[in-house]
Design a protein around this ligand. Structure first.
Ligand code: AMP
Length: 592
């Protein structure tokens, strides 16, 4: 169907007066210093993410307002008001203090979306302890890699996850001083060399004075994958909270009376910045669904929970689209007024589907682990061009650049002034939620910057109206169902299998999840690449990596294409898989 290239906002899209309507005016008046004034701060110029998210409201007019509402199949909903959340997070901060866990120590959380996860993250932030929520579907390998890279001293997890994934690798994580277990069935736990989360909470005081953190003190470590080497831990500071607040206002249009649902898991940066921090900062009630995707359930939640603002992901939208309009039409969405999406390209069809089937266009926005918050967005303040990521939010200066050759030197770039030219997306460095380093990898961090710009590694173009369009990634990192997956991490685990000589991993385009992880394997002498072996290798990867990261598809090949310097040519594997031209193969090892 031929559709217009712009979705003009109608009065039904703007049934509540948006937080802003004049893009140019807001951008020209914006300053991060003024934005910070919306927050309370700590005495002496301090700023603490946990305090701003919880205590600012618990000590004010919203004290009895519901902050978090947890729902799960077959269980009554559990709610926590701001004042209850304050007490619980105070208790947890005291638990840490009692254990001698202090400001700057590193705490990891491995759990489903249970209340204890949210309490632990926010309590740790108030204690100045640096937090990493990890995705509970990770297998033992990614868990150990991250805890070791982040030198985690404390792990909060559940008894079941501990038994399934952590116990056998506990010895491989020497930095871990304490493992706190939440008994999933209620009650207490009795695993050796662990502590019982609830028992510790019961004996901790519910009053706590937030540890004085400064805006530049580290608050969160978020892991992200690269093409080579181990994942990188991006360091985010307490000052990022200013950007979480501002973007919650501009890009997801949060109003205090909203009932908001962010479908992302806190194990990914969206689920922390916009699944925990931003909604609390705005004093809204957040719905947290503990279950996995289920189209029927999701429509019921939008209806019964009277969700007004919904922040989700392209994969989820495409899955809903697969179920067809009729399922959507069996449910009403009585309060829904704003839908946003992030994580991967949102096809124009999906934006239109929102408009035509859900009654609201979907606002795509762009950001990444390193940016800590939304940078480019479709917002209520301007019309949508379906397929575009939108325009930079106030306070963010984006541009398209071309990298100049600079062998061994710090990167240099040239800014591309003309519209509709493909290049690398760059952002003027210095916004509050910008990462402040990759833990223990200053050289890698410095490589991300040139001439005062942060180079995102994404290719994009800007049109004459200032809208940005995603073109692709400049590297081999795989984006599957919104999750970044480093091929190297997967290849390493595949190589552990006794039959595997070489492994190459690519992202294979997929209509629903964006890309699926596909592995190419060459076998050691004496092994036969039959179906049984294929399934055995896939099962090994799934056990070690977890379902999200493990390959879904696998093919045996005789020789792995490598460069003469020994690097796997994933680009070539991909071209061959997709039947595309092989491009420049001058560096290919001739035997391949
Ligand atoms: P992560 O660091 O895991 O959040 O992944 C960030 C990457 O996801 C970006 O660098 C992009 O490659 C991709 N991404 C995020 N949002 C979008 C979007 N709206 N459109 C296209 N790609 C996106």
């Amino acid at each position: 169907m031929d559709r217009p290239s712009v979705i003009h906002k109608t009065s039904s899209d703007l049934c509540v007066l948006p937080n802003w309507t004049d893009y140019d005016q807001e951008c020209s008046h914006f300053s991060w210093d003024v934005a910070r004034q919306a927050l309370q701060g700590l005495p002496g110029g301090g700023l603490n993410m946990g305090f701003e998210a919880v205590d600012r409201h618990a000590d004010g007019a919203l004290r009895d307002h519901i902050a978090l509402r947890f729902v799960a199949r077959g269980m009554p909903a559990q709610e926590m008001s701001f004042v209850q959340l304050q007490r619980e997070t105070n208790r947890f901060a005291n638990v840490l203090q009692n254990l001698g866990v202090v400001k700057g120590d590193h705490l990891f959380v491995l759990a489903g979306r249970i209340p204890e996860l949210y309490i632990s993250v926010l309590g740790a932030l108030k204690n100045g302890t640096v937090v990493t929520p990890m995705f509970s579907a990770f297998g033992p390998e990614p868990i150990a890699t991250r805890i070791n890279l982040g030198a985690g001293q404390v792990l909060v997890t559940t008894d079941l996850l501990y038994k399934r994934k952590v116990k056998q690798i506990r010895e491989q994580m020497p930095s871990l001083r304490y493992v706190l277990l939440v008994a999933e069935g209620g009650g207490s736990t009795s695993e050796p060399v662990t502590l019982d989360w609830r028992q510790l909470m019961d004996s901790a005081s519910e009053t706590f004075c937030t540890v004085s953190t400064l805006p530049e003190d580290p608050a969160l470590l978020h892991f992200t994958s690269g093409t080579t080497g181990a994942p990188k831990a991006a360091i985010h500071v307490h000052g990022a909270v200013v950007a979480h607040y501002a973007t919650g206002r501009y890009a997801i249009d949060l109003h205090p009376q909203d009932r908001y649902w962010c479908t992302a898991d806190p194990g990914w940066v969206t689920g922390t910045s916009y699944g925990i921090i931003a909604p609390l900062l705005h004093g809204v009630t957040s719905l947290i669904d503990r279950e996995e995707f289920d189209a029927e359930r999701w429509y019921s939640l939008l209806e019964e929970e009277r969700i007004s603002v919904w922040y989700t992901a392209p994969t989820a939208i495409r899955m809903l689209m697969k179920y067809g309009a009729s399922l959507a039409q069996q449910h009403s969405r009585p309060a829904l007024r704003f839908i946003a999406s992030v994580g991967e390209p949102l096809n124009p069809e999906a934006v239109w589907w929102g408009k035509e089937v859900l009654g609201l266009p979907i606002h795509d926005n762009w950001w990444q682990t390193e940016t800590g918050g939304i940078m480019i967005a479709n917002t209520p303040a301007f019309d949508i061009k379906p397929g575009s990521m939108g325009r930079p939010v106030p306070g963010i200066e984006a541009m398209i650049v071309e990298r100049l050759e600079s062998e061994g030197e710090p990167p240099r770039v040239r800014i591309v002034d003309r519209p509709n030219v493909d290049g690398e997306l760059a952002l003027k460095a210095g916004w509050p939620s910008m990462f402040r380093g990759y833990l223990n990898n200053e050289a890698r961090y410095q490589k991300c910057f040139a001439d005062g710009l942060y180079l995102t590694g994404d290719l994009a173009r800007r049109d004459a109206d200032g809208y940005y369009w995603f073109v692709g990634r400049a590297d081999d990192v795989i984006k599957s169902a919104g999750h970044l997956i480093g091929p190297f991490e997967v290849e390493n685990v595949l190589m552990e299998h006794p039959a595997v000589a070489e492994a190459g991993v690519i992202g294979k385009p997929d209509a629903v999840v964006g890309e699926v992880v596909k592995a190419f394997i060459s076998l050691k002498h004496g092994y036969v690449g039959d179906e049984a072996l294929r399934l055995d290798i896939l099962a090994h990867a799934r056990k070690r990596l977890g379902a999200v990261v493990a390959p879904k598809e696998m093919t045996f090949i005789v020789t792995m294409p490598r460069t003469r310097s020994g690097k796997i040519m994933r680009r070539l594997l991909k071209a061959r898989e997709l039947g595309l031209p092989e491009g420049d193969t001058s560096t290919l090892e001739t035997s391949a």
